[in-house]
Design a protein around this ligand. Structure first.
Ligand code: ASP
Length: 311
C-alpha cells in the first residue's frame, strides 16, 4: 500500500490545561480519536481521500462537543447557520454550503454539491432546497440545541460582540472541525465544517466554506483545513496561500504553513491554525494560539492526539 495519511482538527484558540477538566480532556481526546480512526480506516480500505475526509468530519458533526452540525454555536438571533466545504485535490472540484440550518451533516451536502451539481457553492434556502432534492438527512431545531452553547450566546446576546467558541478563558467546548487526507492512490482532499462564531450576524459567512480561504486541496501541492477567526483567514486567503508558496516558491509544506500562520496571519492580527498534508504523506500542524484540538496518523506510525501547545 502507498503512503496514506490523515490529519484532523477540532478548533484552535485559548485552550489551556487549567481551563479544561480531566473529564473534558478525556472526552475531547476520545472524540478526536474516534474521528481519526474512522477516517484512517477508510483510507486503509482503499476509499478515496474525499470519502475519508467526509467520514471523519461526519463523526465530529454528530458530536455535540464540536461547533459543527449538532452543537453549532448560536447566531445573534438565537438560531444556527452552518457553513462547510470540501475539495478534491485530484480534480480540483469543490463543493460548499453556507447559511444552512437543520441539515444533519453539512459536509455531506457540500460533497453532493461538488459531485451532483454544476455549482461550487449554494447558500441559504437554495442549499436547503438542493438538500431536499438529494434526500439529505434533516433534524429538528432541538437536535442542534446545546445548553452550554446557549449560555455562551447569552453572555454576548444583544451586543455587537462575536466570539470564537474556544477563545475565551473559561471551560469552553471546542470549535470548527476539519480534515485533510492522502489516499492510497496519491490523491489529496480537504474539508471543513462549522457553526461559525457565537453571536455572528444573521447572514455572516466565515472562511470555512470559502475555497482557498478555509479549505483547499491540490494534488500537486497540499490539502489544508483551517480554523480561527474567519475574517482574517478570508483576507489572507490562507489555505490557497500555502499551496501557492509550495507551487511557486518551492517551499515545503511545513515551511509554507509556518510562514503563513506564524508570520503573515499574525501580521494581519489573525488567530487560529490549520492542518495540512502533502502528496508524500507529510503532515503539518500549525497554530498561533495557545492550543488546537488535533489528531493525525501516517502510514505505519502510531496516531497522535494533542490539545495544548506542548503536546
Ligand atoms: N473559522 C470559523 C469561522 O470564522 C470559526 C472557527 O474556526 O472556530 O466561521
Amino acid at each position: 500500500m502507498n503512503k496514506i495519511a490523515i490529519a484532523i482538527h477540532g478548533g484552535a484558540g485559548t485552550i489551556l490545561k487549567k481551563y479544561i477538566t480531566p473529564e473534558q480532556e478525556e472526552a475531547y481526546k476520545k472524540g478526536l480519536k474516534h474521528a481519526l480512526d474512522v477516517g484512517y480506516a477508510a483510507l486503509e480500505q482503499n476509499k478515496t481521500a474525499v470519502e475519508s475526509v467526509e467520514l471523519s468530519i461526519i463523526e465530529m458533526e454528530n458530536s455535540p462537543l464540536f461547533n459543527a452540525g449538532k452543537g453549532s454555536v448560536f447566531t445573534n438571533k438565537g438560531t444556527h447557520e452552518m457553513d462547510a466545504s470540501i475539495m478534491d485535490g485530484k480534480t480540483l472540484y469543490a463543493g460548499a454550503i453556507a447559511l444552512v440550518h437543520n441539515i444533519k451533516n453539512p459536509i455531506s451536502l457540500a460533497r453532493q454539491i461538488m459531485e451532483k451539481s454544476e455549482h461550487v457553492m449554494l447558500a441559504g434556502e437554495g442549499a436547503i432546497e438542493f438538500a431536499e432534492k438529494m434526500k439529505c438527512k434533516f433534524e429538528q431545531d432541538s437536535y442542534f440545541y446545546d445548553e452550554f452553547r446557549y449560555q455562551q450566546w447569552l453572555e454576548v446576546k444583544g451586543s455587537d460582540k462575536v466570539q470564537l467558541d474556544h477563545a475565551v478563558n473559561k471551560n469552553k467546548k471546542i470549535g470548527t472541525i476539519g480534515a485533510v487526507a492522502l489516499d492510497a492512490l496519491g490523491n489529496l482532499a480537504a474539508g471543513t465544517s462549522t457553526g461559525g462564531v457565537t453571536n455572528k450576524k444573521i447572514g455572516r459567512i466565515g472562511d470555512s466554506p470559502l475555497i482557498g480561504s478555509g479549505t483547499y486541496a491540490n494534488n500537486s501541492t497540499c490539502a489544508i483545513s483551517c480554523t480561527g477567526t474567519g475574517e482574517f483567514f478570508m483576507r489572507g486567503v490562507v489555505a490557497y496561500d500555502i499551496s501557492c508558496l509550495m507551487e511557486y516558491k518551492g517551499m515545503s509544506l511545513e515551511d509554507a504553513c509556518h510562514e503563513v500562520v506564524n508570520n503573515k496571519l499574525l501580521k494581519l492580527g489573525g488567530d487560529g491554525g490549520l492542518v495540512g498534508v502533502d502528496g508524500n504523506g507529510n503532515i503539518a500542524i500549525s497554530f498561533n494560539t495557545e492550543g488546537m484540538y488535533r489528531a493525525y496518523k501516517q502510514f505505519k506510525k502510531p496516531g497522535v492526539i494533542a490539545i495544548y501547545k506542548e503536546n
